[in-house]
Write a protein of this length. Structure first.
Lengths: 264, 197
């Protein structure tokens, strides 16, 4: 069973829908027409390039090439995390904390999933490694972004309360404990929601892709289950790490609140 | 004894003074003259130069949180983070502290924070601080929102605590008359320096 190939003009047909949408937003003065079109063009260019890169990668089957691609993916995800923050840590910290947390969680969980569960030959076979890492990075990125943003915004808006707690002799970590809990909850809710409705409300992308490619639904489901479990673990651990590091960075070695380390 | 030696913060200072155990130092000065900043620096909430010692022990030789547990600052505006009063007193509280501050008794512990008036909050914030038994009190306009009766109660409660526990007190206020009443000595913040008032 071969997949029906999509011609470029057929994709362009779908593109006219987005152009029509842009025209509508323009007449409604939503002010998003430009970014909508740019995002659509970016998506097309990026995916086309990735298609080319992946084709070469699969052909070469070189672990160093895969490692390089993985690092590029991580670097871009890290940039997105720090770019989406309302209050950013100054210097390399803002970039470093998000990237570091994703490196530890996404990479570790991916390697675990590939080497211990999928066990392809070799375990880094790009056909498995790249999609798994991509899905994990994409989801951890959202979770880490949400949780750090929630933590820093809460502390920024409640700085007097945090300092009031410091004045009563609490440590920095104690003084923001309510906010770190909230931040972790906020970051995990999308993951929990998605898992709770998986298959009922939404058909996950990877499973859809496999079914489209002609794989038996049973296999597609098993892979999707694996991916969701890895995503949940990657998101959770990544957020815990990122929130913990951000909370530490909110205070200095004397446990003073240091919002001057953040900028808008 | 609280010793402040060559304390510098932002472009204030160097400021030096000391407060003996059981004594109260009054601190006056216009709004924005840096009185609150001085208290924050002593409590080690802001970066500062110079040294602060309590009974000969240097602030920097202990963790920040431990220092602030002993050198407790009462902010001009109190903040509350739980819905009711009780969880703000994790170690519980003796009924006497509430009655001394003009409340009917411990039932105030079950009140909702959002229903408290500014004056009630200010008095409860003092209670919240005192039950943790700090070794120094840094009070930033502790009677700013209070009527004359409550002001008298707060002055009395602080005086009793200071006497009984033999702790140094720094009292920041606008009212010179009150400062002369509660303090043994009054300094004035003027042009980023302290001078005898």
């Amino acid at each position: 069973m071969d997949i029906i190939e999509l011609e470029s003009w057929e994709l362009a047909l779908a593109g006219t829908l987005v152009v029509a949408l842009a025209a509508c937003t323009l007449s409604a003065r939503l002010g998003v027409a430009r970014s909508l079109l740019i995002a659509a063009v970016r998506m097309v260019v990026q995916l086309s390039l990735v298609g080319l890169v992946l084709r070469e990668l699969f052909k070469a089957n070189n672990p160093w090439g895969i490692g390089l691609i993985a690092l590029v993916m991580l670097a871009v995800a890290g940039r997105e995390v720090s770019a989406r923050q309302k209050y950013r840590l100054r210097g390399m910290w803002g970039y470093g904390i998000g990237t570091g947390a994703m490196f530890v969680s996404s990479f570790a969980v991916s390697v675990f999933g590939l080497a211990a569960i999928v066990r392809a030959e070799p375990w880094w076979d790009p056909r498995y490694a790249i999609p798994v890492l991509g899905m994990l990075l994409g989801n951890t990125m959202t979770a880490v972004t949400l949780s750090i943003d929630r933590l820093t915004s809460s502390v920024w808006n409640s700085r007097e309360t945090v300092e009031a707690r410091l004045m009563l002799g609490e440590t920095g970590i104690e003084a923001v404990s309510d906010f770190t809990r909230e931040a972790l909850r906020a970051g995990l809710i999308p993951v929990i929601n998605s898992m709770a409705v998986a298959g009922v409300v939404s058909l996950p992308g990877m499973m859809t892709g496999q079914i489209l490619a002609g794989n038996p639904p049973g296999d597609a489901v098993r892979y999707q289950i694996l991916i969701w479990l890895l995503i949940a673990a990657g998101c959770g651990f990544g957020m815990m790490l990122a929130v913990r590091m951000t909370a530490r960075r909110l205070f200095d070695e004397r446990d003073r609140l240091r919002l001057d380390r953040f900028c808008r | 004894m609280l010793q402040v030696e060559k304390l510098c913060f932002l472009d204030w200072g160097p400021l030096s003074f000391s407060v003996d155990s059981g004594e109260c130092l009054g601190l006056s000065g216009e709004s924005g003259s840096g009185k609150s900043l001085l208290l924050r620096a002593i409590a080690d909430l802001d970066e500062h130069g110079g040294e602060v010692l309590l009974d000969g022990k240097n602030c920097v030789d202990q963790p920040g949180a431990a220092w602030r547990g002993r050198v407790a600052m009462l902010a001009a505006e109190s903040r509350w983070w739980f819905d009711s009063v009780r969880p703000h007193f994790p170690g519980g509280a003796d009924e006497s502290v509430f009655s001394a501050l003009g409340f009917a008794g411990s039932e105030v512990m079950d009140w909702e924070v959002r229903r408290l008036s500014a004056g009630e909050k200010q008095r409860l914030a003092l209670a919240r601080l005192l039950v943790r038994e700090p070794r120094v009190l840094l009070l930033d306009e502790p009677t700013a929102n209070l009527d004359s009766r409550s002001t008298g109660l707060v002055e009395e409660v602080v005086a009793i605590y200071r006497d009984k526990q033999k702790v140094p007190v720094v009292w920041v206020g606008h009212n010179e008359e009150q400062l002369r009443r509660v303090a043994n000595d009054v300094l004035r913040m003027q042009g980023k320096q302290l001078e005898e008032a």
